[in-house]
Write a protein that binds this ligand. Structure first.
Ligand code: IVH
Length: 676
């Protein structure tokens, strides 16, 4: 064997070994809930496999774990469901269940049948299409008829097989994508450290994740899925529902073990009661039990209304509440200085978690509830991860309770906390309030802004308290010794952090603008302002009139941006950032301003062949143009695809230039001077 074949042979062996190893760790993680390696080590295995497969593409298989690594998408294509994804009728008490049973018996007219009970998983439904055993499409439910094609994201879910073992030529698997509670807690903890907005509950987090455009983020979140239906075209695959489970298991799906084949409604009710007790021990949220007729023939005969099938019903568990004592009310101070009251509770078990805090929202909410310190309160957790206080139990009052007086001074710095007329929120007025500074720095460092990994809550706390950092620019002047003198900061961590800080200097104007946290300027306006001005210096000089003439920028945004750059403190921050070498202009990839596009307004109509709407918009915006949704006198060009709508007629009437997709392509490649 020559050297090359030898290397190839070895690579093949290693590839097989890595795949087996990854499979083993997937099982430990998802099925046994007992991982043996860290996420990082797991990623290293995957990374090594990817490298080998890149070197030897002949060994890539459709079910290799590397096929789960996707890229970034611009948007999602709509996906038309072959069979509508219906909803379920709900029942809230036993009476409803008996009525359902009655109806089924009447419709079955003497024929024998069973019920299957399953958990109603609190996630979001997806449809998976397999062609010749290979996963071809994964789509969200959407409105039941059309969902989003999220195949790239679905592929990152490791309990969804990419290839089936035993399959008819075409098969559709439906199920519920969800996030485990433990994984959800981890994600929120990380978001908190980064100063990003946390998700309210695992379901919101799963839904937001599935709609992520960057599938590497989806992969890291570790979604999961429990399948609940198998279709072949518009027919069921088996003659009974119960048969789907062994088939799903054999094909590598994560089948929920909590299910039962019931001979009558009483057995159904037993299952419901058992699960009511057991649900708190599960590592995922459920909101009830689904009861289904087992016999496919009867399902077909019973049919469905436009909304829900007549052969199934969802039994919903009541929201979970508990009473406990409110021990104290503390007031937290946020990034903008907002004072938020939080109830400190005597710890109480609700739905499997220990609750020791509840949100009180604001001053008025405390008044509305009439709650006092020492009160017994009714706390509710209805899927919401932040429990709410529902009411005060006045009958339990002893007279010892104390009125809570909302502070008019900031509890962190002692400055005045002011509540403007007509607003519900009280804010600390001190621009140097340490609470504000800390929150602002965490915001500056978060992923969508300057993305400084390692600059988390504990660290920021110390940096601000020690006076090392007073504003976001100070981060760039931190020295190695400053860091190693901090608690729990070793030399390696310190130099890693300095490297991260250094790297962040090149994020470019758009992300810097997000990080500066100018009121009203989030990702969307940061992009528009960057496209328009190309550098912070130009933006800082912009007059209010100039800002006002940008169509997408409203008065409030223009005013806020204008004022921000007039503030001497902010001018100082910009100066310091600049001196530290932080990049103040649009990043290279955006910097392809084209005179044919700059300051021109485009409208799109009809379907383009080579671009999705998002792709076309991105190309226009990258060149300095803008995209509007409707035709007006301000429109410069209408780009017309197939099946153009009324926009075309309107554009013609207004004498606006019309571009075919061909014209647009030429313009993009700079072949045509559009002014000619
Ligand atoms: S069966 C025709 N089984 O509940 C509808 N649905 O409220 C068939 N869900 O959209 C659905 N767990 O997203 C079924 N074991 C389960 C389920 C389940 C959760 C969701 C599903 C559906 C919604 C209806």
């Amino acid at each position: 064997m020559d050297l090359f074949s030898l290397a190839k042979e070895q690579a093949k062996k290693e590839i097989e070994k890595l795949r087996a190893e990854i499979k083993y760790h997937d099982e430990l993680y998802y099925q046994k809930n007992a991982p043996e390696i860290s996420d990082y080590e797991y990623d290293q295995l995957l990374e090594r496999l990817k490298k080998l497969e890149e070197a030897y593409p002949e060994f890539v298989t459709p079910d290799s774990p590397t096929q789960r690594i996707g890229g970034k998408a611009e948007g999602f294509e709509p996906f038309q469901h072959t069979v509508p994804m219906l909803s379920l009728d709900n029942s809230y008490d036993l009476e409803d269940l008996y009525a359902f049973d009655e109806r089924c018996r009447r419709l079955a007219d003497g024929r024998k049948y069973e019920y299957v009970t399953e958990l109603k998983i609190d996630g979001l439904s997806v449809s998976l299409h397999y062609e010749n055993g290979v996963l071809s499409v994964g789509a969200t439910r959407g409105d039941g008829y059309t969902g989003d094609n999220v195949t790239q994201n679905v592929k990152t879910i490791r309990t969804i097989p990419l290839v089936l073992k035993d399959f008819p030529p075409e098969v559709e698997v439906r199920g519920e994508v969800f996030l485990s509670r433990s994984q959800f807690e981890k994600i929120n903890a990380e978001l908190e450290i980064r100063g990003e907005k946390k998700f309210a509950n695992p379901r919101n987090c799963a839904a937001g994740t599935l709609r992520q455009l960057d599938s590497s983020i989806v992969a890291a979140r570790r979604l999961d899925m429990f399948p609940y239906d198998v279709l072949r075209g518009n027919k069921k695959l088996f003659s009974t529902h119960w048969e789907i489970f062994p088939w799903l298991e054999k094909n590598g799906f994560n089948v929920n073990p909590n299910r039962r084949l019931c001979n009558n409604i009483d057995e159904v009710i037993d299952f419901i009661n058992e699960m009511l007790e057991k649900r708190h021990l599960l590592d995922y949220d459920i909101d009830g039990v689904v009861v289904k007729i087992n016999q496919t023939a009867l399902q077909e005969e019973f049919g469905a209304t436009t909304k829900a099938p007549r052969w199934a019903i969802a039994y919903k568990y009541p929201a979970v509440q508990a009473t406990t004592k409110l021990e104290d009310i503390i007031v937290q101070v946020g990034r903008t200085g907002t004072l938020t009251p939080v109830a400190i509770l005597e710890p109480v078990h609700i739905a499997g978690t220990v609750v020791s805090r509840a949100s009180l929202h604001n001053e008025d909410e405390i008044k509305r509830l009439g709650v006092k310190i020492g009160d017994w309160v009714l706390v509710e957790k209805s899927g919401e991860i932040i429990p709410q206080i529902v009411q005060v139990i006045e009958s339990k009052r002893t007279g010892e309770e104390r009125e809570f007086i909302f502070p008019t001074k900031c509890p962190v710095c002692g400055a005045d906390a002011v509540r403007p007329e007509g607003e519900a929120i009280r804010r600390c007025v001190n621009p140097d309030c340490p609470a504000k500074i800390k929150a602002r720095i965490l915001y500056f460092a978060m992923r969508k802004a300057m993305d400084i990994e390692g600059l988390g809550e504990v660290l920021v706390e110390q940096l601000v308290d020690k006076g090392l950092v007073k504003d976001v620019a100070d981060i760039y002047y931190l020295k190695f010794d400053d860091l190693t003198n901090l608690e729990r900061m070793g030399k390696i961590s310190a130099s890693n952090l300095l490297q991260q800080i250094e790297n962040s200097k090149n994020r470019g104007m758009e992300r810097l603008l997000v990080g500066l946290d100018i009121r009203h300027v989030g990702e969307k306006y940061a992009k528009i302002l960057t496209n328009q001005f190309r550098s912070i210096d130009r933006l800082a000089e912009a007059t209010k009139e100039e800002l006002d003439t940008i169509p997408e920028i409203g008065e409030a945004v223009a005013e806020s941006v204008y004022q921000w750059f007039r503030n001497p403190r902010n001018q100082e921050i910009i100066k310091k950032l600049k001196m530290a070498g932080v990049k103040m202009s649009a990043s290279e990839e955006q910097n392809i301003i084209d005179k044919n596009f700059a300051h021109k307004t485009f409208v799109l109509t009809g379907k383009l062949e080579r671009f999705t709407r998002d792709e076309a918009s991105t190309e226009i915006e990258r060149r300095g143009g803008r995209v509007a949704s409707s035709v007006s006198k301000k429109t410069d060009y209408l780009i017309v695809g197939v099946d153009a709508g009324s926009k075309l007629a309107k554009a013609k009437a207004l004498g606006i230039k019309i571009l075919s997709e061909e014209d647009f392509l030429k313009m993009l490649s700079g072949h045509v001077d559009s002014n000619s």
